[in-house]
Design a protein around this ligand. Structure first.
Ligand code: VG1
Ligand code: CO
Length: 544
């Protein structure tokens, strides 16, 4: 086996977005495209030689090809050992767990998360650092800088190794250990949650649950945890076999794309609890019987009920939410006297807060929540957290949420996505709105008065790094907000996300339809940003 040095030329478009580099599979299939990026990662790191790295993905098309390429490049670049998930499968949270458990130098996650898969779908690659979390911006910037200068990469000439079952291999001088994809993660979950109590809940005849893995990575995890370990009946996990194209679906767990689960949970005689995972298992939509839990509310509820879970009994050090996430958790934090941080969108911004013990729980409006147990958001963790709460309280999901609203008030919240719109026009929309910002404070729109209008900028309290232009916020004097930003994970055109939030303290007004409750603010967003004009769309693609 010899190491080959291959001449290459840079690709101009290898800048990682909100969560790694995501492109159409056809882009990744170009000769040297993946290799250039992987070599740029190695070229931007110091001290990985002889160390362990972790490698796995969500099982989508191109996963196996990429794994074999990365293994050979890791060997050629002097990595000591690679821990690779069996069949190339490791959910994003499991990768974070394995990196931390083994004191690994870092890891590669092969996923485009919620983006569709298959030969005509998307692929993605993300580098995580030694704390188990996504590389912070200074690292992704360094990778991007290297990718613009790259002239050669190194790869071992060897045949592919068999990753279909656990075992040990040698690839050049490097060791490869194919690991069980689920074991470490399950052990970690058992340390956090009261599994016995959840078993009791599931055994009680009155409780039924349904977990939709959407033919993505969580299938083997969910079957092992819910059906085998916690005793839920076989068939509790639906769409549980990971498929390279996710069965043609779109593994974005929201009310539109997770329609199988929505139909089951909103039917007559529906189960008591339902959850749907995204492609790489770091996010999960939570449903009760005929009831949708807004992710922002979920974060607030987990915070308010954390003392019911063994892993958090000792208390929380603080909480953090991404800027567009509703302010429901802020109210809980205030009552519990906890610091509450507001970060830009993307899990990489929580890493320092978790490492520095400033926050214990973190969450985003996009169905991702997590804690200091790893450094990624964690979909099945959120499901187990909910089940642990239900096992203790023995009330319905709806009753628990309604009781929370009556105690803290309700943050009506919705996100409107306009997908695959023209990038030029989306940028014009944002620029046009930016120009208006200085003149907005004080303006009145019906009963709403603008209190502040800015483009969100974040200073990390730990390393003091500054991140600008993270979304336009328009805040009103009654605490309502409109936020607009462009997605950093899409691969076709631009996706405009509009986030709308209002706060209602009066519990006699907690039964409104969300879109109706937010109708005036939705109209104000339309007027200010001229959404129909710029997007050339009459309505959003997805409303959650
Ligand atoms: C989206 C979500 C964001 C999430 C990111 C990665 O980003 O809004 O909250 O962190 O996806 O999640 P954007 O830039 O498209 O709004 V995942 O599960 O795709 O890794
Ligand atoms: Co994801």
């Amino acid at each position: 086996m010899s190491i080959r040095t291959v001449k290459t030329t840079p690709f101009a478009d290898q800048k990682p977005g909100t969560s790694g580099l995501r492109k159409a599979v056809t882009v990744f299939e170009q000769p040297n495209y993946l290799e250039n990026f992987v070599q740029s990662v190695f070229d931007s790191l110091d001290g990985y030689q002889g160390q362990t790295i972790v490698l796995g993905g969500d099982g989508r098309f191109y996963n196996r090809t990429a794994i074999n390429t990365i293994l050979k490049m890791s060997s050629a670049n002097g990595v000591g050992k690679v821990l690779v998930g069996c069949n190339g499968i490791l959910s994003t949270p499991a990768t974070s767990c394995v990196i931390r458990e083994n004191g690994a130098f870092g890891g590669f996650i092969l996923s485009a998360s919620h983006n569709p898969g298959g030969p005509d779908g998307d692929f993605g690659i993300k580098y995580n650092i030694g704390n188990g979390g996504p590389a912070p911006e200074k690292v992704t910037e360094a990778i991007y800088a290297k990718s613009k200068q790259i002239q050669e990469y190194k790869i071992l000439e060897a045949s592919d190794i068999n990753i279909d079952r656990p075992g040990f291999f040698k690839l050049g001088l490097m060791q490869v250990e194919v690991i069980d994809s689920v074991a470490s993660y399950l052990k970690l979950m058992e340390n956090i949650f009261d599994f016995d109590q959840i078993v009791d809940l599931i055994k009680s005849n009155s409780f039924r649950l349904c977990i939709d893995s959407m033919h993505a990575v969580t299938g083997p995890y969910a079957q092992k945890i819910f059906e085998q370990r916690l005793g839920a009946p076989v068939g509790t996990v639906i769409n549980g076999v990971p498929l390279e194209d996710f069965g043609g679906g779109h593994p974005d767990p929201n009310l539109v794309y997770a329609h199988d689960l929505v139909e089951i949970l909103f039917a007559q005689n529906a189960p008591d609890f339902g959850a749907a995972s995204d492609g790489d298992g770091d996010r999960n939509m939570i449903l009760g019987r005929n009831f949708f839990v807004t992710p922002s509310d979920s974060l607030a509820l987990l915070t308010a009920n954390a003392q019911l879970v063994p892993g958090y009994k000792a208390g929380l050090s603080g909480v953090a939410r991404s800027m567009p996430t509703s302010m429901a958790v802020d109210r809980v934090a205030k009552r519990l006297n906890l610091p509450c941080y507001e970060t830009p969108t993307g899990w990489k911004f929580f890493g320092n807060l978790l490492d520095d013990s400033r926050a214990t729980l973190c969450g985003e409006e996009s169905f991702g929540t997590g804690s200091n147990h790893i450094r990624e958001k964690d979909g099945l963790w959120a499901v187990l957290f909910w089940l642990n709460i239900l096992a203790v309280r023995r009330e319905s999901v709806e009753a628990i949420v309604r009781q929370h609203w009556s105690e803290y008030g309700r943050n009506y919240y919705s996100r409107h996505d306009y997908e695959e719109v023209s990038s030029d026009r989306a940028n014009e929309l944002v620029n046009n709105l930016r120009l208006q910002l200085p003149s907005l404070p004080g303006q009145k729109y019906g009963s709403y008065q603008v209190e502040y209008a800015d483009d969100f900028s974040y200073t990390d309290p730990v390393d003091h790094s500054v991140t600008n232009n993270q979304g336009i916020r328009i805040g009103f004097s009654d605490g309502s907000r409109i936020v607009l930003r462009l997605s950093g994970t899409g691969t076709k055109g631009a996706t405009l996300r509009v986030y709308i939030e209002s706060y209602e303290v009066d519990s006699s007004k907690h039964n409104l339809d969300t879109q109706k409750a937010l109708a005036t603010l939705i109209d104000i967003a339309q007027d200010l940003a001229k959404i129909t004009y710029y997007t050339e769309r009459q309505a959003p693609t997805v409303i959650t």
